[in-house]
Design a protein around this ligand. Structure first.
Ligand code: DGY
Length: 321
C-alpha cells in the first residue's frame, strides 16, 4: 500500500466492525445515503477508490465516482449493488459467501419447525398465562414427519439446508437451473414441477430477473392445501399479494418468512394471518456470523489495495476482467 491514504466510501449504515477494521488504514468517507454523494466536494468524490456497503449501491453512485476500483458488499446477496454498471467500468464487486451458510441453514430449520409446529404461538400462550388458566396449547395440525421437501436453489446454503433436513427423514427434491451431479436428491427442471411434487417448498435463491415473482399463484396452487412455503432467500422471489391470498383462502396451509418484498415493511394482511411465522430478516443475524461477514468485507478491501486481488469476487465482476 502506498504511503498516501486511500479513500474508501461507506454509503449508509454498515456493521461497525467493517468500519473499525478499515478506519486506521484508510480515509473513510461516510455519507448517509447513496444520493448524498452529490454533496461531497469534487476532489473528495474523485479521490474515492474503494467502497464498503451494506445495501444499495446504484449505478448513479458508481457514475459519480470516477476513480472507483472495488466495492465490498456485505451479505451473500448483492442485489443492492448495480453489478452490471460496475462490470462495465471494470470495477470488482465482492460479497460474503460461505461464512453465513451454517447460520442461514440453521435458521431455516428453526423457521420450518416454528411454522409447522407453531412454537412461537405456543410460547406466547404460556407467557400470557393461558396454559395455567385455560389448559394445554392446542395440538399443531401439522408435523415435519413424512413431509416431502422441495428446495428452490441448491447452492451453497441450499446444500447445507438439505444436509440438515436429511436426519429428519423427509424426502428431499430440488430445482435449480441445471441439475447437480453430486447430490442424491430428485431434480425438477421447473419450479412448478417441483411444487407439484412436494408439500413443503423452501426458497433460497438470490434476487435476479429470473427469480423475481417466480413463486406465484400457480406455484402456490401446485403446492396444495397441505403446502408450506419457507422463504429465506429474497422477498422479491415471491408474489407477496398472491401469497397472502393463498394463505387467506387455504390454497396453501402456512408460510414461514424471513424476507419480504419491501423490507422492513411487512403488510398488515400478512401480520394478521394466524398461519404464518414471521422473522425480521435475521437468518444470518448472530454476532459471530455477522462478525465473520464484516471481516470478509474488510479483508476484501484491504487485500485489493495491498495485493490488487480480492478474496470473494462475484461472478459478474471477476477481478482479472
Ligand atoms: C445475505 O447475506 O444476503 C443475507 O440475506 C443477509 O442476512
Amino acid at each position: 500500500m502506498s504511503s498516501e491514504r486511500i479513500a474508501v466510501l461507506i454509503p449508509g449504515r454498515i456493521h461497525p466492525r467493517v468500519r473499525s477494521r478499515l478506519v486506521d488504514a484508510f480515509d473513510l468517507v461516510e455519507i448517509d445515503r447513496a444520493e448524498d454523494v452529490e454533496g461531497l466536494p469534487e476532489e473528495v468524490r474523485k479521490s474515492i477508490r474503494g467502497a464498503a456497503v451494506s445495501g444499495r449501491f446504484p449505478a448513479s453512485l458508481i457514475a459519480a465516482l470516477p476513480g472507483l476500483e472495488m466495492i465490498g458488499s456485505f451479505g451473500v446477496g448483492y442485489d443492492g449493488v448495480d453489478v452490471k454498471a460496475a462490470a462495465a467500468r471494470g470495477i470488482v464487486v465482492t460479497n460474503t459467501p460461505d461464512v453465513l451458510n451454517d447460520e442461514v441453514a440453521d435458521t431455516t430449520i428453526a423457521l420450518l419447525l416454528n411454522t409447522l409446529r407453531q412454537f412461537p404461538a405456543a410460547e406466547t400462550y404460556l407467557r400470557a398465562g393461558r396454559w395455567e388458566a385455560e389448559g394445554p396449547f392446542p395440538l399443531s395440525p401439522m408435523s415435519l414427519k413424512g413431509r416431502r421437501v422441495g428446495i428452490h436453489g441448491l447452492g451453497r446454503i441450499g446444500l447445507e439446508i438439505a444436509a440438515r433436513l436429511a436426519p429428519f427423514k423427509v424426502e428431499i427434491r430440488y430445482h435449480t437451473r441445471r441439475p447437480r451431479s453430486d447430490v442424491p436428491y430428485g431434480y425438477h427442471d421447473s419450479l412448478l414441477s417441483l411444487a407439484s411434487a412436494v408439500d413443503t417448498l423452501i426458497s433460497i435463491v438470490p434476487a435476479t430477473p429470473e427469480t423475481k415473482g417466480s413463486i406465484n399463484a400457480e406455484v402456490l396452487q401446485a403446492l396444495g392445501a397441505d403446502g408450506v412455503l419457507i422463504n429465506v432467500g429474497r422477498g422479491s422471489t415471491v408474489d407477496q399479494p398472491a401469497l397472502i391470498r393463498a394463505l387467506e383462502e387455504g390454497t396453501i396451509a402456512a408460510a414461514g418468512l424471513d424476507v419480504y418484498a419491501d423490507e422492513p415493511h411487512v403488510p398488515d394482511a400478512l401480520i394478521a394471518l394466524p398461519n404464518v411465522s414471521l422473522l425480521p430478516h435475521v437468518a444470518s443475524g448472530s454476532i459471530p456470523t455477522r462478525n465473520a461477514m464484516a471481516d470478509l468485507v474488510a479483508d476484501n478491501v484491504i487485500s485489493w489495495f495491498a495485493e490488487a486481488k480480492v478474496l470473494t469476487p462475484v461472478p459478474e465482476t471477476p477481478q482479472n476482467s
